[in-house]
Design a protein around this ligand. Structure first.
Ligand code: NDP
Length: 484
């Protein structure tokens, strides 16, 4: 007999709750390790029902005027916004992040929906008037069809909306699979969009395990595109599976973003950006400052400042007042980061702060890990070569910009990066030479809907955000109009 407070049917298909046929999975509160809900998992047949619903809805949805699709999505997004106060604590409870971070996340998700609603009024295509005498050509954009959106647990709503917004405005329909550990906010989000007027079947959710529901979505013949955010190994597997049938694919994968702090930088601002960029969301973000390279001559000042900020952060339950950093999402995630830190310190890195769970007895049952700073671990240690998906920051002293850029690029990843300097020539050189999809100059690592975002190297394929996202949710066709 289950002791959880609530049990959920598990999927949202064709505008209604759908009881999955699979076994139930518990949803655990990371702040105290206690399960509080149970969600039935989707089987292959449940995923098929969702894909069929999306397929059925797609023709009618795609035949609406693009501005009409935008108008419907905008109204539905507004309805979600009216329920922010319900969604915020739910996200904190299942994910662990602070209430403030939940508010920022969901507000950003709604902003992204509204950004693409706005673009729906200005989408234009190319036209070439004189291909030959009297012959003109234009480029037609058509939706791809049913899109499968596979989303991880670190930002369940923003990472969903990065896919949902351009996909729906472009005329596709969507079946989303949230992470097995964070299904609840996504299910409620879908319900609210439907209450707000999104037609049935246009957006569906299946919950459950990646190995069952995720795979069934990726391999379903009616799913024509997969948009995935998560780890690089799973992304590689999905890319290989999408080769069958030449499915379209967008991959937002792991990162190990370098930050370069030059000797002429505003050091106080750079240290604040490093602390915010590493410890925000308990360090569990794809775009986050994961390696700092600081010029030798200013290193001591910068290192001390970052370590002091880290040790002052108030760690606690996400739903407690004053908390600046919540728990990690799972115990497994915490063990992984703890292992990376102890390997790197064992190999010679200097541990300045953190490196353990906090000693507050109120936090012993949750998955807490103290903000951690390690200086000069070997360049082949885990913190240098792997993605550290938690609140632990390695810092290295470097001689100059050349060394900093060489170290920054010595990584399989190429997602974000940042450089701090008052010298414009240095800043431009770094922006040109760093191998990454984003470079911030004297700016904290914030993603803008206006600019395309996507990783180089093992960090991904394709773009989200920006008008460019539409290129990844449409097929184009060249049409030639003859003279007669
Ligand atoms: P995963 O890549 O395993 O999971 C991301 C999503 O993919 C989840 O919804 C997951 O479902 C699903 N999934 C898993 N396996 C498959 C599959 N075979 N086919 C289809 N879908 C699948 O990430 P994790 O959550 O396990 O995190 C592991 C590591 O990945 C982290 O430590 C971090 O390094 C990195 N990561 C990076 C992220 C980023 O934003 N760059 C985000 C999340 C993780 P389920 O939850 O059921 O496993």
């Amino acid at each position: 007999m289950s002791t959880v407070e609530t049990t959920y049917a598990g999927s949202f298909i064709a505008g209604a709750q759908h009881r999955n046929a699979g076994d139930p999975l518990e949803v655990v509160n990371p702040a105290d390790g206690r399960p509080f809900a149970e969600v039935a998992t989707a089987t292959e047949a449940d995923v098929d029902a969702a894909v069929q619903a999306a397929h059925q809805a797609q023709h009618t949805w795609s035949e609406l005027a693009v501005s009409k699709r935008g108008e419907i999505l905008g109204r539905a997004a507004h309805h979600v916004e009216e329920h922010l106060d319900e969604l915020i604590p739910l996200l904190t409870r299942e994910q662990g992040k602070t209430l403030r971070d939940s508010r920022i996340e969901i507000a950003k998700a709604i902003d992204t929906l509204m950004h693409y609603v706005g673009l729906s009024k200005s989408l234009r295509g190319a036209h070439t008037p004189n291909l030959d005498p009297g012959v003109e050509g234009y480029v037609l954009r058509r939706p791809i069809g049913v899109v499968g959106a596979i989303v991880p647990w670190n930002f369940p709503t923003t990472l969903l909306c990065n896919k949902l917004a351009p996909a729906l405005v472009a005329g596709n329909t969507v079946v989303a699979k949230p992470a097995a550990t964070t299904p609840l906010t996504t299910l409620r989000f879908a319900e609210l969009l439907a209450e707000g007027g999104l037609p049935e079947g246009v957006f569906n959710v299946v919950t459950g395990r990646g190995s069952v529901a995720g795979e069934a979505l990726v391999t379903h013949p009616l799913v024509r595109k997969i948009a995935f955010t998560g780890s690089t190994p799973v992304g590689e597997r999905i890319m290989a599976q999408c080769a069958h049938g030449v499915k379209r694919v967008t991959l937002e994968l792991g990162g190990s973003d370098p930050m370069i702090i030059c000797d002429d930088a505003d050091l106080a601002a750079a240290a604040s950006a490093a602390s915010m960029g590493r410890f925000y969301n308990c360090g569990q973000a794809c775009l986050a400052i994961k390696r700092v390279y600081v010029f030798e001559s200013v290193a001591d000042e910068v290192i001390q400042s970052i370590a002091a900020k880290a040790s002052r952060l108030k760690v606690g339950r996400g739903d407690a007042g004053g908390t600046q950093m919540g728990p990690m999402h799972t115990n497994a995630q915490r063990s992984e980061v703890a292992g990376q830190v102890s390997q790197s310190v064992g190999a010679g890195g200097e541990l300045l702060t953190g490196g353990t769970a906090p000693d507050d007895p109120e936090l012993t049952d949750g998955f807490f890990y103290s903000p951690t700073v390690v200086v000069d671990p070997p360049h082949d240690s885990a913190m240098a070569t792997e993605e550290v998906f938690g609140p632990a920051l390695p810092i290295w002293r470097v001689a100059d910009l050349d060394e900093a850029i060489a170290r920054a690029n010595a990584s399989q990843f190429g997602l974000g990066s940042s450089v701090w300097t008052r010298d414009l020539a240095r800043a431009r050189e770094a922006a040109r030479r760093i191998e990454a999809g984003y470079t911030w100059i004297n700016s904290r690592t914030k993603v803008y809907d206006e600019l395309p975002f996507g990783g180089w190297k093992s960090s991904g394929y394709g773009k989200e955000h920006g008008e460019e996202a539409f290129d990844f949710y449409t097929e184009t066709k060249s049409v030639v109009l003859g003279a007669s």
